[in-house]
Ligand binder design. Structure first.
Ligand code: PH4
Ligand code: ZN
Length: 292
């Protein structure tokens, strides 16, 4: 079983995810990157999480995605986030260790758990752009040393995924052999997969049909996410699929009802389509549904 960690940056996205998780009676992780926090404001995100917790009985966590530095992690910890990610993957091994360790030491005194990253994802990662050629898979021996020396609670690894809608030029290919080795060396450390959107073809098609221009987009097929789960990935990050759902729904309303200008007219179907997308992932892909 895997847990979906869904990126959020506004009220409708949060409502859609939590509503979907509630219907599936599944725990869920909401996560905000530092650019999402800049966009929405940390106080709004925190209060919207509180609203979601009041509304439903399911466990909902609020996680910092790709924390770029100690200060951002500290700000989120001090604002009641359940967990933080410190992304030191842009630094060399030793620097990544010392930054991660510093965050772990602070977080653990406050009862907050820490995700770290070792290895580099190809593509755009927040403000950091790692060229495909530089994409660096995680080294399993280093992963073991990294976790032992930092005390991090979970580890994001690079096995060939990347952020965004263009993950593979040809066939989708992930290095499951690396995942397997990492898991052998770290049997008790939850492993995280970033850049794990499927880039759902129907959503891309709808975007393109109604004036979008996202040709040749390709993500991680559901079967591969299933295999990743069997081989030990416990947290799956999803952002792009939600962006596509929202855009597809809004584009459709704009194209079919050009006279519409009440935001509720297009935000309602946008929220519904995000909800459907999240529900499908929880139920059919991640298997975290506890629906009777
Ligand atoms: N993420 C999302 C990163 C989003 O700065 P920003 O808000 O654009 O950062 O961590 C993922 O792993 C999402 O993967 P996906 O693109 O395959 O959905
Ligand atoms: Zn990521």
């Amino acid at each position: 079983m895997q847990f979906g960690a869904f990126n959020v940056n506004n009220m409708e996205i949060i409502q859609a995810i939590v509503d979907a998780a509630n219907e599936e009676n599944s725990p869920v992780i909401l996560q905000a990157s530092s650019s999402a926090i800049k966009y929405a404001g940390i106080k709004y995100l925190k209060k919207m999480l509180e609203a979601a917790l009041e509304e439903y009985d399911i466990p909902v966590a609020l996680h910092l995605d790709h924390g770029p530095d100690f200060e951002t992690c500290k700000m989120c910890i001090d604002n009641g986030f359940s967990s933080v990610m410190i992304d030191g993957s842009k630094y060399d091994f030793e620097e990544n260790i010392s930054l991660t360790k510093k965050v772990v030491e602070y977080a653990h005194t406050k009862g907050v758990v820490v995700e770290a990253e070792l290895g580099k994802l190809a593509g755009i990662e927040d403000d950091v752009n790692v060229a495909s050629d530089d994409a660096m898979y995680t080294d399993p021996d280093q992963a073991k040393e990294f976790v032992e020396r930092t005390g991090c609670d979970s580890l994001a690894i690079a096995i060939g995924t990347s952020h965004g809608a263009y993950k593979f030029k040809g066939e989708a290919k992930l290095r499951f052999d690396i995942l397997q080795k990492v898991k052998e060396k770290l049997p008790n450390t939850p492993i995280v997969l970033h850049g794990a959107s499927t880039v759902i073809p129907e959503l891309v098609e709808t975007c393109n049909k109604y004036g979008g221009n996202i040709p040749g987009a390709k993500g991680v097929p559901d079967e591969m996410l299933h295999e990743a789960s069997l081989k030990g990935v416990s947290k799956i990050n999803v952002d792009t699929d939600l962006r596509l759902a929202m855009t597809a729904a809004i584009r459709k309303v704009f194209a079919e009802e050009p006279e519409a200008f009440d935001p509720r007219k297009y935000m309602t179907p946008a929220r519904d389509l995000i909800k459907q997308t999240v529900q499908h992932k929880i139920r059919d892909v991640f298997g975290s549904s506890n629906k009777a």
